[in-house]
Design a protein around this ligand. Structure first.
Ligand SMILES: Nc1nc2c(ncn2[C@@H]2O[C@H](COP(=O)(O)OP(=O)(O)OP(=O)(O)O)[C@@H](O)[C@H]2O)c(=O)[nH]1
Ligand SMILES: C=C(OP(=O)(O)O)C(=O)O
Length: 227
């Protein structure tokens, strides 16, 4: 989906959000025991709720999903995301490929990387984070545990240098990005990797797709989620 400025030609100014989505066979392994046969469906649902919330944020002009898997590619493209191929060289390479794709779509816009595992994401809270990020050349939002990162973004014209993976908060700080922890962005920081994270996101309120898969997990713990 390509949004245009009301009354004006060309792409709407605003953030291009790059969202990386792993091949499903390798996704959400820390939820394998909890999700059983629903693990892949849960990964897709979480990514869909994340992308739907990002697309509903007025500061976001478009979302570029980077994935090598046709299943999330189809589901996320149906929501209105662009899809770029995964170079299959790890998370940061995928994000850099997505950012290059983003610059092809909107050469003068800010570019952000957003994790795909934020099922409780609220568009207004993402808007607070993006407004704060726009004040700095490079900025990031640490995850709730203050170990990893859920968002990293750069102003137009600034080199996009994501340093995700493991203890990425420290690497983003070391790379000179401004850490953003304003009030009112808890949903931007609530990433879901473990069963405890999923419980925290459910307490906050997840999107409808994640909610539906979690309900199926409770009702049919051993039967695969119907597609
Ligand atoms: N396109 C792409 N996305 C990736 C890659 N590695 C990780 N991701 C995504 O980056 C985010 C963080 O990934 P991880 O925490 O490493 O993986 P996960 O599937 O969420 O969880 P675990 O399997 O439990 O580690 C998620 O949005 C993943 O889908 C990659 O090589 N390519
Ligand atoms: C990849 C990261 O996180 P996680 O593995 O916790 O999703 C990160 O925080 O950089």
């Amino acid at each position: 989906m390509r949004r245009t400025q009301p009354g004006g030609p060309g792409p709407r100014p605003g953030w291009t959000m790059v969202v990386p989505v792993k091949t499903l066979i390798a996704a959400k392994t820390r939820l394998a025991a909890a999700a059983g046969p629903h693990r892949a469906a849960l990964a897709v649902a979480i990514a869909c709720d994340t992308v739907a919330a990002a697309l509903a944020c007025p500061a976001v002009a478009r979302v570029v999903v980077v994935t090598g898997d046709p299943v999330p590619a189809e589901a996320l493209s149906a929501l209105g995301a662009h899809v770029a191929p995964d170079p299959q060289a790890g998370l940061n390479a995928a994000l850099r490929a997505g950012a290059a794709h983003a610059l092809g779509l909107a050469p003068d816009g800010p570019v952000g990387a957003l994790q795909a595992d934020l099922p409780a994401l609220r568009p207004a809270e993402l808007g607070v984070a993006l407004a704060a990020a726009a004040e700095f050349d490079q900025a990031f939002v640490p995850d709730a545990a203050e170990v990893g990162t859920t968002f990293y973004g750069v102003r137009p014209g600034v080199a996009f240098r994501p340093r995700f993976g493991g203890e990425s908060r420290a690497r983003h700080l070391g790379g000179g990005a401004k850490e953003l922890t304003p009030d009112g962005i808890v949903s931007v920081r609530t990433d879901v990797d473990t069963p405890a994270d999923l419980a925290a996101a459910l307490a906050l309120g997840v999107g409808p797709r994640t909610r539906a898969v979690v309900e199926t997990m409770k009702e049919s713990p051993t039967r695969e989620t119907p597609s």
